[in-house]
Structure formats: C-alpha cells, structure tokens
Design a protein around this ligand. Structure first.
Ligand code: HEC
Length: 140
C-alpha cells in the first residue's frame, strides 16, 4: 500500500535554493510604449519538495530522519515523538487528523503540547497534504 520511500533523499539533505530573489529592481518611470514584462514571480517550489525540506529541517528533530521517533531532540520527551513507521499507528489515524496536528499542534487534537503547531503552513494546504503523504510514506 505504501510506495513512497523518501528516507534516503532526506538523509542526503536536500538543499533548496528558495527565495533567491533579487527582488525589486529600481523602478524606472514607465515609458508609454513599454510592453509589460512577463511577471517574474518567485520560482514556485513544488509542494512535495517543500514538504521534504520541512520534514528534514523541522520534523526530523523529534521524529527522526526516517520517522522512527528518534530524532536528536527526542530524548526525554514524554510521550515520545510518534514513530511513523508503526503500521498500527498508521492504520489508527485519518489523513485529516495528521493534517490537523501538523498545522495546529498536539494541543489542538488532544495530544502532547510538545508536538508544535506550524502556523506558516495553515495557508498552504498543498504543502500540508504533501507532508501528510510523506508521513504516510514512512510506514514500514
Ligand atoms: C519538538 C518535537 C517535535 C517536532 C519538531 C515535531 N513533532 Fe510531531 N510529535 C511530537 C510528539 C512528542 C508527538 C507525540 C504526541 C502524543 O502522542 O501525544 C508527535 C506526534 C506527531 C504525530 C502523530 C499524532 C498522533 O495522533 O499520534 C504526527 C502526524 C506528527 N507529530 C507530525 C509532525 C510533523 C509533520 C512535524 C514537522 C512539521 C512534526 N511532527 C514536528 C514532537 C514533535
């Protein structure tokens, strides 16, 4: 049922060159005949890539690079960070529950407050969904 194996990619440490924006060039007064330049929007990093990067910079601290709950910040946490490889746990939670706890943190869903909220993701449902898929993909 699970076909996503991203652990190795995580360990390799993805570095995304995001926000490499040399943003506003000094605005010259618009010449009447100037054709509108194509909008140079910031390069859109795919949601999946953002999710992988977020996991390997935030979540791994507690949950570990492979989701085993053994990250460097996990020592002494009671309850311990969830082990995402546990198939019984995977079967026991809904996708919606996972997406809720990612955005709103443990307290919002009756879990430990040690599981932090991620307010910056509340406006990025595609990244939240990709993170949930990533968590699902860590199952053994
Ligand atoms: C500071 C440590 C910490 C960080 C960082 C952290 N978590 Fe957690 N997480 C926890 C702990 C502790 C639990 C267990 C909560 C409980 O069982 O009450 C948990 C539980 C979970 C659960 C399971 C909820 C359940 O119902 O069993 C999911 C899913 C989860 N975290 C996802 C994430 C994701 C995704 C990230 C990164 C965006 C992340 N966590 C970052 C500590 C952390």
């Amino acid at each position: 049922m699970i076909h996503l194996r991203a652990g190795a990619a995580l360990a390799a440490g993805l570095v995304l060159a995001c926000g490499a924006g040399d943003s506003a060039a000094p605005a010259a007064p618009p010449a009447p005949s100037t054709r509108a330049a194509p909008t140079a929007a910031a390069p859109k990093v795919p949601a999946h890539d953002q999710a992988v990067q977020i996991f390997s910079t935030r979540c791994f601290v507690c949950h570990g690079p492979e989701g085993k709950g053994d990250g460097p910040g996990s020592a002494g946490l009671v309850p311990p960070p969830r082990n995402f490889q546990d198939p019984d746990w995977q079967a026991s939670v809904s996708d919606e529950h996972i997406e809720q706890i990612i955005q709103y943190g443990g307290t919002a869903v009756g879990k430990s407050p040690t599981m932090p909220s991620n307010p910056d993701l509340m406006s990025k449902p595609d990244v939240v969904a990709a993170l949930r898929e990533h968590v699902r993909g860590l199952a053994r």
